[in-house]
Each structure stands twice: as C-alpha cells, then as structure tokens.
Design a protein around this ligand. Sequence first.
Ligand code: PMP
Ligand code: GLN
Length: 381
Amino acid sequence: VNPIFGKSGTSIFEYMSRLASETGSINLGQGFPEGFEPRELIDAAVEALQSGPHQYPPMMGLPALRKAVADNAKRFLGLDIDWQSEVLVTSGATEALTDTFLALLDRDDEVIVFEPVYDAYATLIRRAGGKVVPVRLAPPHWELPREALTKAITAKTRLIVINTPMNPIGKIFDPEELRFLADLAIEHDLVIVADEVYEHLVFDARPFHSLFAVEGIRDRVVRIGSAGKSFSVTGWKVGYITASADLLQPIARAHQYVTFTTPPALQAAVAVGLNLPDEYFLGLRKTLAARRDLLVKGLRDAGFEVADVPATYFAVANVAPLDPEGDDLVFSRRLTLETGVTPVPVSSFYGDRDVKSHVRFCFAKKEETIISAVSRLRRWR
Ligand code: PMP
Ligand code: GLN
C-alpha cells in the first residue's frame, strides 16, 4: 500500500525515520539539517522567551517578522512587498499550504501539481475538497512539460502548485518556464501556489528566480517560505506567505481558524535570522555545497548513479542497477538494514508509486556523518 497517497497513512519521512532510529542507521532520509542553526537565531529566541510577551501575537504575525520577510525578499529577489497587507506568518510552510488550499478551493476544483511532488500537497488538496491533477516532469532535465501541462487545464482548474527549487530533484525553474506558467495562469484565470521554501539553498552561484517577480503575475501568486529551511530549524515550524492583499485576505481568514498564531518568541528570532547579513546566506550555500560534493562523490564511488544537484539539500540516486527487485521502498529498507544508511524512496513522490528506480539522500549533515555514511555504503559493495 502506498503510505503517502493512501488514506493519510504514516508519511514516508516518518516511516523511514522510525526505521532508522530503531536500527541505529544514519538517517539521510527525512530532510532535516544537522548542526546548521545560526547562533544569532538561537540567542534571539532565548532572549525573546525570557523577556516575553508570551500571549497571542497579532493574527497576521509579529510586525518585525512581516517586515523582515518583505526586506529579505527585496534584498535577495528585488521584490517590492507591503509587509502590512501582503505578508502572513504561519506555523510552517505546511500550514501555509493548508490555509491556501482551504481558502481558495471549492469542492471538485482541480489543482495541477508536478511529479515528483512533495507528499503533503495531494493529501491537503484532497482534504480541502480539491482534485489532484498530476503532470509529470521527466529526467534527466526535468523541463516543464508545456504540452502536457496545457492539456491538463480544464474549466475546473483553479490552482497550479509549483515547488522551486524542487524537492526531491533540486530543479530551479528557469525564467522561461516561469513566464510560460504565468501566461497560462493569466489566460485561464488561475492562481499559482509557489512553494519556494528552498529559495536560499541554491548552489554554484546559480540564481534563484521567484515566480512572484515575473511581470504581470504578482496578483495571482501565493509565495510560501519557511524558516525551517532558511535557518535549519525544521522543528520550529515558522513559515510565511506573501501574496497581494486581495489574495491574502481569504487565506488569512483560514489561518485564523487553523492555528491563528505562531509562537511569538520564534517569530522574533526568525525576524533576526531574515535580517542577518548576506554572509550568513552565502555561507550556508557554500557549506551545503561542500557537503553535497562530499556525499555525491561518496555515493558515486560506492556505485550509485547520482544526478547533479543545483539546489535544495537532497541528492537523488538512480538505484536501478543495484536493485534486482526494482522497488525503491524495498531497496531503502534493505539499505537501512544491511548498511546502516537510510534514504527515502522517490516513488513516494508519485501518486501511483510507479516510478521505483530512485532514492533520495539528505546532505545537510555534519561532515563526519556524511563520511561515516559513505564509508558504510562503500563497504557494502
Ligand atoms: N514544502 C516542501 C517542498 C518541503 O520540502 C517542506 C519541508 N518538509 C515543506 C513544504 C514543509 O515545510 P515546514 O516544515 O515549514 O512546514
Ligand atoms: N520536507 C521534508 C522532506 O522532504 C520532510 C518533512 C516531513 O517529515 N513531513 O524530507
């Protein structure tokens, strides 16, 4: 049974993490960083917890954080955002997605997603009454499939969801692809949800292009960010939405009844994070790129076929040559039990679980963790 697209069973990330912890395996499956939290952020959280306040912050989020979200987007992407009317703080990107789907979908509205797709989208869209319409990207280049996408649009289509940079494949949508998406949205009167949680995790001096910056589309984009990714604090669950005031309003109404607010001390600390100098963001990219290189080389030396990783903190390996059973979930379990290294199967990113040849490894780890993982894998062959 597909644990993901079934009846909201245990997510594959939870499942593989539990298996790793039960067997003492190095967990490179679920995406969470090890040891990257900026000191300034932790200090700011401690100080805010000591000084308070501890009561409900404003429903839209602390002004300091909303300003910081707008300022960060101005600094890195050149976006002009009115923090008062165009920014909403949520409890993680997951809540941002939930609020957006609850607010914008009516029963049986269709939502186009791109496979391989982050697991939460389909479940949340369905729970909000929508219908998931997957459109598949194909390796090795993972280009936007323009023809299939255009064909997938019907009179019922309401939203397109994109994730750029894209989990698990590390794709950064290029300006021509974003233009094409924007034109489609305008032509068919659609809204695009742009999950941009990995916006700061781009490597080798590659630029990140936000859909929000594309001319003429601003009023149709729900842009989502996450402190979990930008500051390596996935447990904090602080996210943010940027959208034009008219689009944000119904989403804020949903937020009002989903979580209403997010812990104020964490909001204050994330504001400090977003205002950190450029060196922090560039330093994170540089360190992650070095870890990527270490893992990718190690995996290749151990016989895995690994694609280049332009962004995110995931490396995807084609395991077909190593996997006689041709099932990435079975392979992921086997790798965990036989080598003590845990990936996640990429089939979980497909609604039909029919692409079973790849597994994903997270490289946002300490150097020594990656070295141990790689040496375990090398011994296995
Ligand atoms: N979107 C994508 C593409 C992700 O990879 C994640 C991280 N798991 C999320 C959303 C959720 O982010 P958060 O932890 O802030 O809810
Ligand atoms: N987004 C994380 C990943 O892709 C997982 C988050 C979760 O466990 N739901 O690994």
